[in-house]
Design a protein around this ligand. Structure first.
Ligand SMILES: Cc1ncc(COP(=O)(O)O)c(C=O)c1O
Length: 451
């Protein structure tokens, strides 16, 4: 597999011969030159020079000239609770996603909790959800006293596998909660077809997928409702905030009421309560930051997509690097994260953790991503609650049974092989992408030494 690669010794010999003339021209002695070459060629983890010493685009970004003015305006107005600026943000976000309505919320987690509630998901209901996601997706199901049922993933795309949905449907199944994880679209046409066939509601967790598209339709607009997060690390960062989008006026009115103490839609204050609610409103200064951030989102998303495609083209042939796959019909991804899978066999058996350490030492930030959410103690803890104990039969709450029934072997494997790079890195230049590819390549060439 690796026979086309130069061995470390051949690589050094090759580098020394081609570079010796340059060294002599520059007046560097051959022995000093040999050391310099060695340093550049040696993995940083083994004491060599890193591929990259400069930083990456900082996150979050803001433009003092335009963004600060908008926020200061709100600050000086003294109107900080939900008002006109939140409404302006909601109108814009609905327009951006292509839905009739949008509701701003405190965060993505409460956007999900609210959405499930107004979709009628509650005690005794089962919700189909992928295990490869952030814990908030599953927490939102548990908060509604519903039962998460894990559906295994497609490792190539990192998304819920639509072919595995039907096996998990029971008479208690009420909803599918697909997640466009990492900002790559899940296969919504296939998911919606299953939902339609079995009369299930669909809530999209698009908390990492702003502007991601399938056939030019933006994710969040495929399901009955869609949710977004604008937390600090997100591609549209507000610090904390979220949104629900949808076309159904009744559902969106209900979501408004639920998020505002149960007051009727359109009444932010007042004493008329039409339903039992909570409070998870977006604030005016959050909306002001969001409106400012929105100005850059389209262009930044384009840059991330271009750089992601270029990076893939540069690393796809390195043995042991398995790039992610986008579903047919995906016209844009959000790339909150740039993932690939790592196979140690292509790297002389170098374990993933050591590969990641070596990559970081070369100046490339990276992560090993999620751990399996379908087997963790938070589930057993939720099952011990009085609400769960009263709602579900003991056999369903037996955690060993639950883990068996919810086993997701593909996800177990994915969590062992995933490597993530971060969205801000994709806002760099082509030469920044070349640095990433060079670092991976360097580690590959020196895998034997690193092992
Ligand atoms: C997939 C997913 N769902 C839900 C959330 C929750 O969003 P928030 O942090 O805004 O509550 C996040 C946030 O990281 C997320 O990544």
């Amino acid at each position: 597999m690796r026979k086309h690669m130069l061995s470390r010794r051949e690589f050094l010999k090759h580098s020394s011969l081609t570079g010796l003339g340059t060294a002599l021209i520059l007046g560097v002695t051959p022995s000093l030159y040999a050391n310099l070459v060695k340093d550049a060629a040696t993995p940083a983890l083994l004491g060599g020079q890193p591929v990259r010493t400069k930083g990456w685009p900082e996150w979050p970004m803001w433009n003092p000239a335009t963004d600060e003015e908008r926020v200061l305006e709100v600050l000086r107005s003294g109107v900080w609770s939900r008002n006109d600026v939140v409404e302006e943000f909601e109108e814009k976000w609905a327009q951006v996603i292509g839905t009739k309505r949008c509701l701003g919320t405190t965060n993505g987690t409460h956007a999900l909790i609210t959405s499930l509630h107004v979709l009628g998901v509650g005690a005794g209901d089962e919700v189909l959800v992928p295990p490869y996601t952030f814990v908030a997706t599953v927490a939102a199901i548990l908060q509604n006293n519903a039962m998460p049922v894990f559906v295994d993933v497609d490792r190539e795309t990192f998304q819920i596998d639509p072919a595995k949905l039907e096996d998990k449907i029971t008479p208690n199944t009420r909803a599918i909660l697909p997640v466009h994880i990492l900002g790559l679209p899940a296969d919504m046409p296939a998911i919606n077809a299953v939902a339609e066939k079995h009369d299930l509601v669909v809530l999209e967790d698009a908390c990492q997928a702003w502007l991601a598209e399938i056939n030019h339709q933006r994710v969040g607009s495929f399901g009955d409702l869609g949710c977004f997060s604008f937390q600090n690390s997100k591609n549209i960062p507000i610090g904390e905030s979220g949104a629900i989008v949808g076309d159904d006026d009744q559902l969106m009115d209900k979501a408004f009421s639920f998020h505002n103490f149960g007051r009727p839609h359109g009444s932010v204050t007042g004493n008329g309560y039409v339903m039992a609610g909570t409070k998870c409103r977006m604030a005016e200064y959050q909306a002001a930051i969001g409106l400012a951030q929105l100005q850059r989102l389209e262009e930044q998303t384009k840059t991330r997509n271009e750089n992601a495609a270029y990076l893939t083209s540069q690393i796809k042939d390195i043995p042991g690097i398995l790039p992610h796959r986008l579903y047919d019909g995906v016209t844009q991804a959000a790339y909150h994260l740039y993932p690939f899978r790592y196979d140690p066999d292509g790297f002389s058996g170098l374990p993933r953790e050591k590969f990641l350490t070596a990559l970081r030492k070369e100046g490339i930030p990276c992560s090993d991503g999620y751990t399996p959410l379908n087997t963790m103690p938070y589930l057993a803890d939720a099952f011990k609650s009085r609400a769960f104990q009263k709602t579900y039969p003991a056999s369903q709450l037996n955690f060993e049974n639950y883990k068996q029934q919810n086993s997701c072997p593909e996800n177990d494997q994915l969590t062992k092989e995933a490597v993530w790079l971060f969205q801000n890195m994709l806002l760099g230049t082509r030469s920044d992408m070349d640095d990433i590819a060079a670092a991976i390549s360097k580690i590959h060439q020196h895998a034997d030494d690193l092992v």
